[in-house]
Design a binder for this molecule. Structure first.
Ligand SMILES: Nc1ncnc2c1ncn2[C@@H]1O[C@H](COP(=O)(O)OP(=O)(O)OP(=O)(O)O)[C@@H](O)[C@H]1O
Ligand SMILES: [Mg+2]
Length: 367
């Protein structure tokens, strides 16, 4: 059953350089699902969420909650926010500063006319869920950022909305707290089973929390799939680059596969299934940097010789190598025991043929 359906939604902001913040978005969110909108700054994530919340008027399209239209551009219908059965949590916690935690969480229940003892019972329940029952008498100024965000979550959950909209709720928190709250949010979602849209530009957050992930690009959904589909098979070069797959080589089969002046050696069977130039992407952790005279590679490896180490960056247990190969720059992240190649050393690059993602005209053709 679809809890939420967005059809051909278009939101333009007027002005000289008219921005199409949401550009023909079609998406359905199933009951109990957490859909994550992932994308860089300015791609339209917040605008899409605000349209669902009824905080923006779109110019085209429809939005349905449980099959009922709440927005329809063709008839000019736009149900006000407070009549939509949704809860919202934003990046800034936006709690009422003069109210206690208890009063903040009860607020939406009061607005819906719930009786005093029902309000108190429900507030106690959700404060328990977010592990903040002991804070109920404090005011927001007496809480940490992480606590404030938990209270904001409790407040949104209190009326048991059908749909929860979460806009970068963890991005104001420090790294450790973010990881902790992310896990907590995942547990709460599993326990309560609400339907959610979660906005983030952090791919780890997206893959941790998302039942499905929608990658957005300039107002459009560029790819929509399960976390593992998006991670393992980025549908376009844009998604691959956004996911940090930094290694990109233009390869051509004319006179044997080569990348610029560098011939590709080793296991090229997978490339030979294709004709014509392609763009090959491979993740830095899949790439090995080996001394130029290292023993011959095992089976299934693609090898590029004649590279040179440009820089070596220590990153805790791993080492990031920046390597020059003709005009191209490649990146490798490796755990290295013993002697690692050093800056300006001649090296060989290799990676498993199965780790390559192949694109033509920006689209994944084999991955
Ligand atoms: N009120 C507004 N008036 C004009 N343009 C706007 C307005 N709000 C947003 N925009 C533009 O719409 C586009 C999408 O903005 P939006 O806030 O939805 O992006 P976002 O994906 O949420 O980005 P971020 O990750 O930075 O929060 C941007 O180009 C932005 O400049
Ligand atoms: Mg935003």
């Amino acid at each position: 059953m679809q809890e939420l359906k967005i059809e051909r939604l278009v939101k333009r902001y007027p002005g000289r350089d008219q921005v199409i913040a949401v550009n023909h978005v079609d998406v359905e969110v199933q009951a109990g699902e957490m859909l994550v909108l992932l994308g860089p700054s300015g791609c339209g994530k917040t605008t899409l969420l605000r349209c669902v919340a009824g905080l923006e008027d779109a110019q085209e399209g429809r939005i349905l909650l449980e099959g009922q239209p709440v927005f329809d551009a063709s008839s000019g219908m736009n149900q006000p926010t407070h009549l939509r059965d949704i809860g919202m949590v934003f990046q800034n916690y936006s709690l009422w500063p003069h109210m206690t935690v208890q009063a903040n969480v009860e607020y939406p229940l009061r607005a819906r006319g719930a009786k005093a003892d029902d309000r108190a019972r429900r507030a106690a329940e959700v404060l328990e869920v977010v592990q903040c029952a002991h804070l109920s008498d404090r005011i927001p100024a007496m809480l940490s950022g992480g606590q404030q965000q938990r209270i904001a979550l409790a407040r949104a959950l209190a009326p048991r909305p059908k749909v929860m909209l979460l806009d970068e709720p963890l991005s104001n928190l420090d790294a450790l707290l973010r990881v902790e709250l992310r896990a907590h949010l995942r547990a709460i979602h599993r326990e309560l089973g609400f339907t959610g849209i979660y906005v983030t530009h952090d791919q780890i957050e997206a893959f941790n929390l998302g039942t499905r992930v929608a990658v957005m690009n300039a107002g459009r959904i560029e790819q929509l799939g399960s976390a593992s589909q998006v991670y393992e098979r980025p549908a376009t070069e844009y998604v691959a680059r956004f996911l940090g797959i930094r290694n990109s080589l233009a390869i051509d089969p004319q006179g044997g596969w080569h990348a610029g002046p560098t011939p590709l050696a080793g296991d090229l069977g997978r490339l030979d299934q294709h004709q014509g130039p392609m763009q090959l992407y491979v993740r830095p952790p899949s790439v090995s940097v080996l001394p130029a005279d290292a023993p011959a590679p095992g089976p299934g490896q693609i090898v590029l010789s004649g590279a040179r180490v440009k820089d070596v960056l220590y990153a805790g247990g791993e080492i990031d190598f920046v390597v020059e190969l003709g005009q191209a720059t490649l990146y490798a992240t490796m755990r290295v025991g013993g002697a690692a190649p050093r800056a300006s050393d001649p090296v060989r690059i290799q990676f498993a043929s199965s780790d390559a993602l192949l694109y033509r005209n920006g689209q994944l053709i084999d991955g």
